[in-house]
Design a protein around this ligand. Structure first.
Ligand code: G3P
Length: 217
């Protein structure tokens, strides 16, 4: 299972990278705005800065919602760095653009996916990644993990190579449940990754080992 971090915060990206378990980064316009990154030029520079920190794929989202605009913007983003994945919204024009980029060998991430049907379309269009938003489904009393399971079954049935990127992950149990279901990738905040470290018995056990060592040394 690949671990992506879902942020545009460079310090947090460095922290996750330094932990040695990071496989990539996802961003979106809201995450960019949260870091105060505004203006096209600054946004493009920020993507390059992220690529220079991590080794893996970095999703950069288009703002255009028409096919020509998405293709133009996506090509500009893909040209920034070979780690860039063009992130496209799950709308009709986004599916067409995913097919265009997939035919050109440019990686894509189809985002804002909330149903199995949308995920099937993204796979048919040849998307590299599909991003079902599990946390936002949970927010509206719908089981986000069930969607991951449905997509896993459909992709397995037909051998689709599109990777299931569980997005809108909010906490460690989402990560573990996604791993049990077989999501290829999860993207979440640093806390969802670092939270996996925690167990009180580890802390108690370590304290005892160190105390016992001290007794004899
Ligand atoms: O990866 C998608 C993500 O950025 C949305 O997360 O927590 O805003 O639903 P959230």
């Amino acid at each position: 299972m690949k671990f992506f971090i879902d942020t545009a915060n460079l310090d947090q990206i460095r922290d996750a990278q330094n932990l040695g378990v990071l496989d990539g980064v996802t961003t979106n316009p809201s995450l960019m705005a949260k870091e105060g990154i505004t203006g096209r030029e600054n946004i493009l520079k920020h993507y390059v800065a992220i690529c220079n920190i991590v080794d893996g794929d970095v999703s950069a989202e288009v703002i255009a919602t028409d096919y020509d605009g998405m293709v133009k913007e996506g090509e500009e983003l893909a040209g920034l760095h070979d780690q860039i994945v063009v992130k496209l919204p799950m709308i009709k024009e986004g599916v067409k653009a995913a097919k265009y980029f997939s035919d050109k060998g440019i990686k894509t991430n189809v985002t804002l996916v909330f149903s199995a049907g949308q995920a099937l379309l993204a796979a048919k269009a040849g998307a590299t990644y599909v991003s079902p938003f599990i946390g936002r489904l949970d927010d509206v009393s719908t089981d986000g993990l069930n969607l991951i399971a449905e997509i896993r079954q459909i992709y397995n049935n037909y051998g689709f190579s599109t990777q299931i990127l569980a997005a809108s992950v909010r906490h460690t149990m989402h990560v573990i449940d996604c791993a049990k279901i077989g999501a290829d990738v999860m993207t979440g905040p640093l806390s969802s990754i670092e939270g996996l470290l925690n167990h009180p018995l580890t802390d108690i056990g370590l304290a005892k080992f160190l105390a016992d060592y001290k007794k004899g040394n």
